[in-house]
Design a protein around this ligand. Sequence first.
Ligand SMILES: O=C(O)CCC(=O)C(=O)O
Length: 334
Amino acid sequence: MTASVSLPIIDFQPMLDADADAAARKAVAQQIDAACRQYGFFYLVHHGIPAELQEAMRKQATQFFNRSPEEKVQYSKYGTVRGYHNYTNQAKLDENLQHEVLAIVQPLGHHRNGRPIGDDASTANADVFGPLMEIADRALRTTIEQYRAAIMQLGRHMLAVIAGELGATEFDFEWLRDPFCTIRMNYYPTCEAVDRAHEVGLKAHTDVGMLTFLDQDTHVTSLQIQVEDANGDSTWRTVEPVPGSLIVNLGDMMVPWSNGQYRSAMHRVIHPHKTNRHSIATFFDPRFDAMVPTLKETMPAGEAPRYPPGCYGDTVLGKIKDFYALSAKPDATV
Ligand SMILES: O=C(O)CCC(=O)C(=O)O
């Protein structure tokens, strides 16, 4: 059995409380900074996302995955990131462990008759992201929109805290204007409900962007992260659910931004359980075409950054096909 990791449980309340004293805020910022260095993962409690909104989002996810296969497949944009994917039926299973996903890529903000309007980076790369997704179900759509807005606000706040801890005195990053957001609603069926020749789960990966906020079911332990010991050797450890928390993890762009001080940790899901599991991963990422520089305060005087500046969108496009093992139409040879 895989041993579990004791990730720090960080209480964000002082950051949300106008009356909290400076010492309490500093203590929170220091805990976040230490967790970013050691694990690239931590639990966040009293994060300010209303419990009713989290509950509404979970309810929408559960209702969606409970729909019939015929209904869910209406949300498929085969061969692209956006929409519904059922890796349980996928021929090329080695590419990804068995699970189902509803991937919601922005834009979400403006709709007419349930259809998104407007243009952005994802529509400019529609061959990868897929055509804009119509979410006719009003409750699903509005819950996603509210949840996304709340997490984006938390993302900006968290990044400002982290930047301050890295020495930045100002937080108005050009590359963070119009952050790119994807939400992945994940569903892991029971191991009995699927072909036993394959494992239920999600393959090992790092996230591409800045910060991911993960809401996971609390009745089962399936998430694992790679931790490094003092010799630099890596081991997989399970992440026990902590009720009321969001898990925050750092994406790849945080490494060059912090000049290599922070970790973007590999993680995966192994779900050999007789009960199903839901999780909702929300990615708070830079503007799609932004070049994310190294934060100048992280560079010792006279030294160059350890990493060349990377364009977020190019990095995503490069990584996407590997990660998603994009689903082909069921009758196609994969
Ligand atoms: O289901 C989980 O706990 C992890 C989800 C995840 O890593 C992802 O959707 O990228």
